[in-house]
Design a protein around this ligand. Structure first.
Ligand code: GLN
Ligand code: ZN
Length: 759
């Protein structure tokens, strides 16, 4: 009898109940008891759902008030010393670790593998000690058991926990903490055993990464040490194939392994070959990273034979935790039925597990209705004219090498553009957005709700543009922007105007803490029915003689921040978006916009988990960017912008994008991140950010001059631009004006010293 289970489910509640309760608690509007009651309600509803779907266990420990890694910091008693808390922390202290307090900055946050979820980074020092927290997880196990459910707790494994942490002292290796950590894991397992738990899921997604040899060999040591606990361990890997870690994983002394058959499907035969005869194999057959219905008939075809051999040693599951997909389609009242029928959010994925379990254990006939409904949904998607657009396919097929190169090399373009724009040395500009005031948000909301007509909305936005242009002229900036008042989220803004994109009303996914995002759904071939930004840009340009920079979002970022099609390669979708942007770039150029920025803040985060896969990604990603940017004359200046600048390992690919100007975030690292560009001899112009827009601190002229002087030591001064780190939409006008006035003054200082140096 095949079994079915999930690795984890969304914890925010179907209508973001957790978010609203957290934020109310932080504002002091509800007390902790009320927040805990909401949390318990979410957990109970999740367990009831898993139980009702006939899953063999309910998963416990996938809930977190902020983050699962932070939960483990608490569970393992390794709270950063600098906060001065004890080993056991209260909920209010837990939140201070995540959000900081007056005395201590928050724990660092970073992306969870290649997802858009962010975790808090454990801090390790040579004297870090671990001590079990007897509350938390164990209470939740009791809570599930008391409600009558068979609980399968989930833990982040010791090696993944250490791997994802950071050393906060020089000259030591956090792997050295393993021997101190393992006894605490053993205590956890012993306690769970005493609670009557049969299976514990232990997540080691680090197995999907390139691991140094010493880390790989540590797995064997670690799991031998945990072997004696008496509970059965299901070692879960996900987010990619195991590759050279495959044997390591399969030979560990655990009772079962889970593998990601969506991303690691090619390895399945090898996994089965090496699977020891007594081990359980949990196959992750339902995509936990995307929102499409799984082809259930194909899964049954593929695994029927294996089920006959493994019987109750075969478990079916999603590829990874369902944390990365929205909870339920139930709230999507505005979504059309055809598209809705192609989608599966978390609750549909759980229902699909139930169908698979029935089909394996009782024969296909017993699940005939569900299987044929699934087949019909897939057939409808496969044949839909909304998905396939022959004109887009023809354009893609006609792409040749002339479409992804500019007419002339950079040096030629640079002199043509200098002649055209006659900008001063150290030209000043901004990244695109200006403060999004409550008034702007209000106008947008009223327009969206239908309470404000198109004409009034246009007037209101044009007034905002006028205001932004006036301010920029008064500040003396050289290249102006229209300010992006009409945009809420950049990907949403463009997605809403492109064919092939759809939006849910309630498809929220946790990004970090109480923050959730609602990614667009790219379901069909992408094209641009009509210009998207031209009218705004033209209006802005009509108000000034200075050049106004057109502002677009690039193909890689649009792809990266959306749920994408699973019926064609990501690269193909990226090229389709690139062509749509290329059309917009051409229209902007025709409208007289001479400088166009194509933002790619997500370019770096699109990198695959494994280095071996980087080259292929960078090849299509940089080509997609160039296709979007290369349809213009030499005299049109293309900018790109990226947040963060840890690009040292991909500088050739950044250079291969061939943007005339790149603006990057460098002020927080005190220009250190720019050094790599210098050493690499980055060929084109660069605007290293001199104003940290994430900080409320207003930099003064000296601060920014010093940063520019530092920059001028690594980049030739005649290729340097002066700009903030990122867009200003989260800042207020007063601070923005002061900071930009200081920035312009810093540029003047630089110009003067350059002039006197030449003289
Ligand atoms: N042009 C965008 C802005 O200024 C860029 C945003 C980003 O880099 N994430 O807001
Ligand atoms: Zn940015």
């Amino acid at each position: 009898m095949a079994r079915a289970h999930v690795l984890g489910v969304p914890r925010i509640g179907p209508n973001r109940e957790l978010k609203f309760a957290q934020e109310a608690c932080w504002r002091g509007e509800i007390d902790e008891a009320a927040l805990k009651a909401v949390a318990s309600g979410i957990r109970q509803a999740n367990w009831r759902q898993q139980h009702a779907a006939g899953l063999d266990f309910v998963t416990v420990g996938d809930f977190a008030f902020y983050d699962q890694m932070l939960n483990h910091v608490a569970l393992l008693g390794c709270v950063p010393e600098r906060f001065g808390f004890g080993e056991r922390i209260a909920l209010s202290e837990y939140f201070q670790l995540a959000r900081g307090n007056a005395a201590c900055h928050a724990m660092e946050m970073t992306k969870w593998f290649d997802t858009n979820y962010h975790y808090l980074v454990p801090e390790f020092k040579p004297d870090t000690h671990f001590a079990l927290d007897p509350g938390g997880l164990f209470d939740e196990v009791t809570e599930a058991q008391t409600a009558g459910f068979a609980a399968k707790p989930v833990l982040i494994g010791p090696l993944t926990f250490l791997w994802l942490g950071k050393e906060k002292a020089a000259g030591f290796n956090r792997l050295d903490l393993l021997d101190r950590l393992l006894p605490v894991y053993a205590q956890i397992l012993a306690r769970l055993k005493a609670q009557g738990v049969e299976w514990v899921q232990i997540d080691e997604p680090a197995l999907a990464l390139d691991l140094p040899a010493e880390w790989r060999s540590a797995f064997e040591r670690a799991y031998h040490a945990l072997n004696g606990a008496g509970v059965k361990l299901l070692l879960a890997s996900y987010f990619g194939p195991l590759r050279e870690n495959l044997l390591v994983a399969l030979k560990l002394p655990v009772a079962g392994v889970h593998v990601d058959c969506v991303r690691g499907g090619d390895e399945l035969a090898q996994v089965i070959d090496w699977l020891p005869a007594t081990k359980v194999l949990s196959v992750g057959v339902i995509d936990g990273r995307n929102i499409w219905k799984t082809d259930l008939n194909a899964v049954v075809d593929r695994f029927e034979g294996l089920h006959a051999r493994l019987a109750d040693r075969l478990w079916v599951a999603p590829s990874c935790s369902l944390l990365h997909v929205p909870a339920s389609l139930a709230g999507e009242t505005a979504m059309d039925a055809e598209l809705g029928n192609w989608l599966a959010f978390a609750d549909d994925k759980i229902a699909a597990l139930s169908t698979l379990k029935t089909a394996f254990n009782q024969g296909r006939q017993a699940a005939a209705a569900e299987l044929s409904a699934n087949a019909r949904a897939l057939a409808s998607r496969g044949a839909s004219s909304r998905v396939h657009n022959t004109a887009v396919a023809a354009r893609l097929a006609a792409l040749t090498s002339i479409h992804d190169v500019r007419n002339s090399p950079f040096a030629v373009r640079q002199s043509v553009q200098r002649e055209r724009f006659k900008l001063p040395d150290f030209p000043t500009t901004t990244i695109g957005s200006f403060p999004q005031t409550p008034e702007i948000r209000h106008v947008r909301a009223r327009f969206k709700a239908g309470a404000l007509g198109e004409a009034d909305y246009t007037t209101a936005m044009q007034n905002e543009i006028g205001h932004a242009i006036e301010k920029q002229e008064a500040l003396g900036l050289d290249v102006l922007v229209h300010g992006e008042a009409e945009r809420n989220d950049m990907v949403e803004y463009f997605g809403e105007q492109l064919s092939g994109f759809a939006f849910s009303q309630n498809g929220w996914v946790q990004s970090y803490g109480s923050r959730c995002v609602k990614p667009p759904i790219i379901y069909g071939d992408v094209s641009r029915p009509r210009p998207m930004t031209v009218a705004w840009a033209r209006h802005a340009q009509s108000l000034t003689v200075k050049p106004v920079k057109g502002m677009l979002t690039g193909p890689v970022t649009m792809l990266q921040w959306s749920f994408v099609r699973d019926d064609q390669p990501r690269a193909t979708t990226a090229l389709q978006i690139a062509l749509a942007i290329r059309d917009e770039v051409a229209d902007l150029e025709t409208a007289g916009i001479g400088i166009i920025q194509i933002d790619e803040p997500a370019y770096r985060e699109g990198l695959p988990l494994r280095k071996a896969d980087w080259a292929a990604y960078l090849e299509w990603a940089s080509r997609a960017f160039r296709i979007s940017a290369s349809g213009v004359s030499d005299a049109t200046q293309i900018h790109t912008h990226m947040c963060y600048s840890e690009f040292n390992d991909i500088l050739p690919a950044i250079a291969a994008m061939d943007a005339d100007v790149i603006t990057i975030e460098t002020s927080r690292s005190d220009m250190e991140l720019l050094r790599g560009f210098g050493e690499f001899s980055y060929p084109n112009e660069i605007g290293p950010g001199v104003y940290d827009i994430h900080s409320p601190r207003i930099p003064d002229v000296e601060d920014m001059t010093r940063l520019l002087e530092k920059a001028a030591q690594v980049i030739a001064p005649d290729r340097l631009w002066v700009n903030p780190d990122c867009g200003l939409k989260t800042r207020g006008w007063a601070e923005t004006e002061t900071a930009l006035a200081n920035m312009v003054a810093a540029a003047h200082t630089m110009r003067q010293s350059l002039q006197s140096a030449i003289r």
